[in-house]
Write a protein that binds this ligand. Structure first.
Ligand code: SAJ
Length: 474
């Protein structure tokens, strides 16, 4: 590459000023490694900001698809933005990471960091990417790792791997930072373009240089810190949400026991200016929340720290699909029906509302559980194709016809305005509605003829609280 950063720099000290000028002038080539959800959206947004961008993936099918301007990811606005950038040739794709590394000035690593079967962080994809990078690097490159990684990974794993392969020194021959991705499926492009970003530099100059690059990508604030802090920040964000949801779920179970409606409790409590309780549901899914608490705690645990709250929150959330099944059983018991001979219509398999993503969706466990108990299950999701082994219906009506029970698992907008009386008419006698997402007004459901159950809905039965509990001394 004639005017690449490395050729400009020569052998002397890295010149931050000259590279910074090239960043502002968008004269750098950006290589994005990994064209999964994060990588593809990142590459598209970086290209749309005016940088010549190349996306690489080992999966040839994805690479050829993206090269034609087609996406394998369902994200509002992505399709159009990708097509535009491919058309004007600002974005291209390759399977050749080695060539990409040689030609790019900025490298953004977006490979997956899953948990292994034994629940350990699996950094093999990251290691492979760092080795390939290291073997093909030259001085003066900017490397940003966006993948979620356990605390200490940049310092103790990424930098030594790159240095070992390249013979270059991170922080002096090249700039390295961990800039955790922060995009929520459904509004990801907006968050990439406008959201604040944390830039965790391997050293001070890495943090400064790489934040200059992100300055050109997002209009949001750039918060520069060290790499290990950034690693903890990312995982803490999702763990805090997981713990918050676990509180909402436990509160919902408590309200069911006490004969109170959790939905009213949460709305009223949230009128307090410093309280923000999240929503209970059928469990926590998606690619991040079920995994990130383990990435956060795994190494600390190996070093002798015993997390209590974080682990308990995971247990509470993991138990919710089972509770959703219990609500179906409760409803069927009230209708004097057996689960074995019943037909259950499941509405929603996506892990959250208004997306088609079903990764780690609680619907998987609910559907498998119902099928395992002998129920006949039919699934309808207006957005997701996955049905977790149950037959799929094409419409709500088709799913509910002849059903004994409906269970709502995802808060898609399509399920909000359902005509309850029409559903009742299509179902068998004593129809049951289980709402795990607080989409349906329980009074309206009962008026329409349903036996109603809901996560956190305790108004079915308000138990007498034993009087001796109030005066244990008498
Ligand atoms: N959920 C509830 N109750 C709630 C909120 C969510 O039960 O009040 C459930 C959802 O239904 C879903 C799961 O939690 O099953 C996760 O949904 P989410 O919207 O909380 O999170 P994700 O996985 O779609 O995206 C998260 C986001 N993190 C935070 O909000 C802290 C996003 O900003 C991150 O970029 C993303 O993880 C990521 O990639 O790390």
């Amino acid at each position: 590459m004639k005017d690449s950063v490395s050729s400009l720099l020569g052998k002397g000290a890295l010149s931050e000023g000259r590279v910074a000028q090239k960043i502002v002038a968008k004269k750098l080539i950006v290589g994005v490694i990994g064209l999964g959800q994060i990588g593809l959206m990142t590459a598209t947004v970086v290209a749309s900001r005016g940088f010549t961008t190349v996306g690489a993936d080992v999966n040839r099918r994805i690479v050829s698809k993206v090269a034609l301007g087609k996406t394998h990811i369902d994200e509002p606005g992505l399709d159009k933005l990708l097509k535009n950038n491919i058309r004007v040739r600002r974005l291209s794709t390759t399977t050749d990471v080695e060539q990409l590394t040689k030609e790019s000035d900025v490298l953004i690593v977006c490979v997956q960091t899953p948990l292994s079967r034994e629940g350990r962080p699996d950094l093999s994809f990251l290691e492979q990417a760092c080795r390939l990078l290291g073997r093909n690097l030259s001085r003066g490159k900017l490397i940003s790792v966006e993948s979620s990684i356990p605390p200490g990974t940049t310092e103790n794993f990424i930098a030594p791997t790159i240095e070992g392969e390249s013979g270059l020194k991170c922080g002096s021959d090249l700039w390295l930072a961990h800039c955790p991705e922060r995009l929520s499926p459904g509004r990801a492009l907006e968050e990439l373009r406008k959201g604040p970003r944390v830039v965790g530099g391997y050293n001070k100059s890495s943090g400064n240089m790489i934040s200059r690059f992100y300055r050109e990508i997002t209009e949001g604030e750039l918060l520069v810190t060290d790499a290990r802090t950034a690693e903890v920040v990312k995982l803490a964000e999702n763990t805090a949400r997981d713990v918050g949801i676990a509180f909402a779920n436990e509160l919902a179970l408590l309200c069911e026991r006490l004969g109170v409606d959790a939905s009213s409790v949460i709305n009223l409590a949230n009128s307090h200016p410093r309280v923000r309780i999240l929503q209970p549901g059928p469990g926590v899914g998606g690619p991040c929340l079920p995994k990130d608490p383990f990435l956060l705690t795994f190494f600390a645990e190996a070093m002798g720290f015993r997390p209590k709250l974080i682990r308990a929150a995971r247990e509470v959330n993991d138990a919710m699909p089972e509770h959703a099944i219990e609500l179906v059983q409760q409803g069927l018991a009230e209708a004097t029906k057996q689960i074995k001979s019943s037909k259950v219509a499941v509405l929603g398999t996506a892990y959250k509302g208004n997306v088609r993503d079903t990764r780690e969706s609680p619907a998987r466990l609910v559907i498998r559980g119902l099928l395992g108990m002998g129920a006949k299950v039919t699934v309808f999701d207006p957005r997701a194709d996955e049905s977790f082994g149950a037959p799929r219906a094409r419409t709500i009506q088709e799913a509910v016809v002849g059903a004994d029970c409906i269970i709502i698992l995802t808060e898609h907008d399509e399920f909000r305005g359902m005509k309850l009386r029409n559903l009742v008419k299509a179902m068998r006698v004593k129809p049951i509605l289980v709402d795990t997402r607080h989409l349906i007004d329980p009074t309206k459901a009962t008026e329409a003829g349903f036996i109603f159950r809901g996560v956190g809905y305790g108004l079915i039965h308000r138990p007498q609280i034993p009087t001796q509990l109030f005066r244990p001394w008498t």
